[in-house]
Design a protein around this ligand. Structure first.
Ligand code: PBG
Length: 333
């Protein structure tokens, strides 16, 4: 039972806010560099760095420059980096075969980072959209995204990434049964310590727009993703998906997008207690950066406040494009 609040003047709650040291003593949540996972975009070539119009300050990098970026992130204390490839349109097919090519951009980047920056964990994305000529996360047959055929393709993709040395696999496709199928295949192949962070509660969101530019899926995508990604109106359904994915062998779960879904983060953490991550997605980044670059918001302040909110909501960590920038700010004190 909560004691009844003492009447004024005993209940001067401002006393604990009256100085910086007192505020620090009673602070309930903190953001640390160890809470951050940094999503990065890959492109072909060498010495290549390409701007992304809808994500100012974020670039695509060729593998060599991605290795350098990973080394900088590791120096800052960022524990993990997450790779997303911009795939050459010529490599996109209806069958998405490039997704499990051992020599695709992602798998080459995993090998290079693991060889040169072994201290950072490498996370990947498992979904077919960067390789699909129609931009969908699953295989399309007669206009339908077919579940079970997609899961077979995702398993091949997962095995190729695990063989390349990925530490964390992130299935983001929202097909049914993929976590169990991937876990079973990993065990059979002897990849017993490869972890899975399931994009378990992933909503069909308009906040992914800039990401689709970054990976070159915008022009390709026909229709929307509402038959597999979740309805933004639902919360109970998120609990069923999380429970299902944990029971199939996910080690960690994710809620995505982040800022508009903090109620889901809180509910997931309270219900399951499993390691819970949120993805502050491309549209959230674009929104904050647009305002900051116009001088309408204080960029550093809203960056930190938005990330702290995830911790307060119960998240163990956050995937954020701000990872190196906020890490540098925290380091500078
Ligand atoms: C691929 C995928 C998407 C994101 C992460 N993995 C896009 C989508 O589902 O359309 C979005 C990330 C972001 O917006 O920052 N399935």
């Amino acid at each position: 039972m909560r004691p009844t609040q003492a009447p004024y003047p005993a209940g001067r709650l401002r006393r604990l806010r009256s100085s910086a040291p007192l505020r620090a003593m009673v602070r309930e949540t903190r953001l640390s560099v160890e809470d951050l996972i940094w999503p990065v975009f890959l492109c072909a070539g060498e010495g290549q760095q390409q701007e992304i119009a809808s994500m100012p300050g974020v670039v695509r990098r060729s593998v060599d420059l991605t290795v350098e970026a990973a080394a900088e992130a590791a120096d800052l204390g960022i524990p993990a980096i997450c790779l997303f490839p911009y795939t050459d349109p010529d490599l996109k097919t209806e069958g998405c075969e490039e997704a499990w090519n051992p020599g695709n951009l992602t798998n080459r980047a995993i090998r290079a980072i693991k060889a040169q920056v072994p201290e950072i964990a490498v996370m990947t994305d498992i979904a077919l959209d960067p390789y699909n000529s129609n931009g969908h996360d699953g295989i399309v047959v007669d206009g339908q995204i077919v579940n079970d055929e997609t899961v077979e393709a995702l398993v091949k993709m997962a095995l190729a990434q695990a063989a390349a040395g990925a530490d964390i696999l992130g299935p983001s496709d929202m097909m049914d049964g993929r976590i169990g199928a991937i876990r079973k295949a990993l065990e059979a192949a002897g990849h017993r310590n490869v972890t899975i962070m399931s994009y378990a509660a992933k909503y069909a969101s308009a906040f992914y727009g800039p990401f689709r530019d970054a990976v070159g899926a915008t022009g390709a995508l026909k229709g929307d993703k509402k038959t597999y990604q979740m309805d933004p109106a639902n919360s109970d359904e998120a609990m069923r998906l999380i429970e299902r994915d944990l029971s199939e062998g996910a080690d960690m779960v994710m809620v995505k997008p982040g800022m508009a879904y903090l109620d889901i983060c809180r509910r997931v953490k309270e219900t399951f207690g499993a390691p819970t991550f949120a993805y502050q997605v491309s549209g959230e980044y674009a929104m904050l950066e647009a305002a900051a670059r116009n001088g309408w918001l204080d960029g550093d302040a809203v960056m930190q406040e938005s990330l702290l909110a995830f911790k307060r909501a119960g998240c163990d960590g956050i995937l954020t494009y701000y990872a190196p920038r906020v890490a540098r700010l925290m380091k500078a004190g």
